[in-house]
Design a protein around this ligand. Structure first.
Ligand code: ATP
Ligand code: MG
Length: 337
């Protein structure tokens, strides 16, 4: 019955499954000509979050798996909400790791972030400086405009490719009011223009320019437009500090993550500290879960920190463990006590 699941949350790489993904619905099919360039491999940013021993991954419930897969099938962004530490950002890394989709493109959002930052930057000043140096007979000249154009994480995710890239738009709720609306159009159309290149496109031999990607590779852009082929797997996270406009919500699949408890928590401990580590640390896990009863929030990181410190770093005895757990496992409270 679950045969339709492409991503199954098994925690081991299974890169063949993504090839079983059926073609997109007609309204999410994009016409970019795929580049031969494959995505760079997964990097330490993913293994840091998933733990080096991802063979025993925290189980995801059926609904979570179904929503992740719905987003994959429908080529729609996944909007993930939940408390701090519930595993929202890590989800993008789990999908990239299991489906073999390469390095996760990360776009952390702050209040100053604009759509343009995610798409590309053009270093006009650098180019001018190089032109001046070249005039004086030094430097390498500025004819190659592609050297001064760098695609951002969103721009890179939209490069045409056979397989979707994974893009994490992290903490979208921190953005200014316009960004969610500005994103709409790009998400809907799967393409964007680089006016600096569009202007040159009718000059002979200049219709194709090799620009830099967010990963530091050089790729050709034709006629000043980036047009995707496989729509990227986009994970947008939010701590729910703010509501999003209905037109954006309508275009996303919404997944709410509850903080990990019991088995998921034990599996997370194993993912980071190896098989059997959950049993060795039952006292801390029980403490972490028990203290949860007061309704105050304690993010998973506190448990991981306490285990690391007491077991790996200083090998504390039972009494000391209690003290250190007391010190580290506390409700998240920004007020100073
Ligand atoms: N699937 C997983 N496997 C192993 N560890 C995990 C997994 N998911 C989450 N964790 C651990 O739980 C911690 C919190 O996860 P994460 O940073 O993804 O939460 P978040 O919801 O994005 O939090 P915030 O809102 O604060 O950014 C991380 O330290 C991560 O290592
Ligand atoms: Mg996060």
């Amino acid at each position: 019955m679950d045969d339709w699941l492409i991503y199954r949350g098994v925690g081991a790489p299974d890169p063949d499954r993504i090839r079983r993904l059926p073609p997109p619905p007609p309204w999410r099919s994009f016409s970019g000509e795929p580049l031969p360039d494959p995505a760079p491999p997964i990097d330490s940013s993913s293994t840091r979050r998933l733990g080096a021993r991802v063979a025993a991954p925290p189980a995801q419930d059926a609904e979570t798996l179904e929503l992740i897969n719905a987003a994959l099938y429908l080529r729609r962004p996944l909007l993930v909400t939940g408390e701090p530490g519930s595993g929202k950002s890590t989800l993008a890394h789990s999908v990239a790791y299991e489906l073999g989709l390469g390095r996760v493109l990360q776009w952390p959002i702050v209040s100053r972030t604009e759509l343009k930052d995610g798409l590309y930057t053009y270093d006009a000043i650098g180019r001018l400086q190089d032109a001046q140096l070249a005039e004086r007979g030094s430097g390498r000249g500025s004819d190659d405009i592609g050297r001064y154009i760098r695609l951002g994480p969103l721009g890179t995710a939209l490069l045409p490719a056979e397989l979707p890239r994974v893009l994490l738009i992290d903490e979208l709720d921190k953005s200014d009011i316009d960004l969610p609306n500005d994103l709409l159009n790009v998400v809907e159309e799967g393409e964007f223009a680089l006016p600096e290149l569009e202007r040159m496109a009718d000059r002979p031999g200049q219709d194709e320019v090799r620009v830099l990607t967010d990963d530091g590779r050089r790729v050709p852009v034709k006629d000043g437009r980036v047009r995707c082929h496989a729509f990227p797997f986009v994970v947008m996270t939010s701590n729910g500090e703010r509501d999003f406009p209905a037109p954006l919500l309508r275009r996303c699949i919404h997944l709410h993550l509850d903080p990990p408890r019991d088995e998921r928590l034990a599996a997370m401990v194993q993912a980071h500290f190896g098989a059997g580590s959950d049993e060795r640390n039952l006292d801390l896990i029980a403490r972490f879960t028990r203290e949860d009863g007061d309704g105050e929030l304690r993010p998973t990181d506190q448990l991981l920190n306490a285990i690391y410190l007491t077991q790996q770093a200083i090998r504390a005895d039972a009494g000391r463990r209690e003290e250190i757990a007391e010190l580290l496992i506390r409700p998240l409270d920004t007020r100073q006590r």
